[in-house]
Design a protein around this ligand. Structure first.
Ligand code: GLP
Length: 237
């Protein structure tokens, strides 16, 4: 695991964005695992910026998103499909059929679909303040593949900032499991701000603690890059 401390979330976005675009140039058939939330926003902005400037095509790129709420249509601004279209997909020449999101209908076959595509080459991850990754809440079974979850009060509260009221936040989601995520060939985790410090501290202890799902990254066989900003680092020291 490699830790990178950069000044700001903008800088993190530029650096990871740069690295990903280089990888797409090397392998136009790359499979990307994508996250939503505010953490990867600057990464997506940088991917768009560099790709347009350098004419990088995404027509052969496949994407698998980590998670999606249950019960929100693609046209709902809070759905993760809407988020991805709005922040990344619509700017580049992706083929619509190359995007995958877990749903009630496909969740049993989602891991198999990932495998069939050759596996996730690069997985981008955010992290919840309680250490959740995707929607794998504390004490999730580490062997879990893509599955349905009841969101915890903590996550509903955290995510309510994107909704008009807390009552509009769905209570269920479909998420890749920790096992699914750990199959990735390379992982970039982004954690910015003070409220992520405790969760990152747990990861940096170097072992898996089920109370912090993200600490399972210590068990990953692949390269894991953890990017944090100064503010997050301040809270760890
Ligand atoms: C949600 C998502 C996670 C994300 C987390 C952190 O719960 N399901 O994938 O990592 O929020 O969000 P943010 O990056 O906005 O802090």
């Amino acid at each position: 695991m490699e830790l990178y401390v950069l000044r700001s979330k903008e800088e993190i976005g530029l650096e990871i964005g740069r690295r990903i675009v280089e990888r797409v140039k090397q392998n136009p058939y790359i499979v990307l695992g994508l996250a939503t939330g505010s953490s990867p926003l600057f990464t997506y902005e940088a991917i768009v910026k560099y790709s347009l400037a350098e004419n990088v095509s995404y027509k052969n790129v496949t994407t698998f998103n980590l998670d999606e709420y249950v019960g929100l249509e693609e046209t709902n601004k809070q759905s993760y499909r809407y988020f991805m279209n709005d922040n990344l997909f619509k700017y580049l020449d992706f083929k619509k059929e190359s995007h995958h999101f877990p749903s009630i209908e496909n969740m049993m076959g989602y891991d198999e679909d990932i495998k069939k595509s050759g596996g996730i080459d690069i997985q981008i991850l955010g992290i919840g303040s309680n250490g959740h990754i995707a929607f794998n809440e504390p004490f999730t079974n580490i062997d879990e593949k893509t599955h349905i979850v009841e969101l915890t009060e903590n996550t509903i509260k955290d995510n309510s900032r994107f909704f008009k009221s807390i009552n509009e936040v769905p209570t269920k989601a479909i998420t890749m499991g920790l096992n699914t995520i750990l199959q990735s060939k390379e992982i970039f985790l982004i954690a910015t701000g003070k409220n992520k410090s405790m969760a990152v501290k747990k990861i940096l202890e170097g072992k898996y603690d089920p109370s912090c799902p993200a600490s399972c990254l210590n068990l990953a066989k692949c390269k894991v890059h953890v990017y944090i900003d100064d503010e997050c680092y301040e809270g760890i020291k």
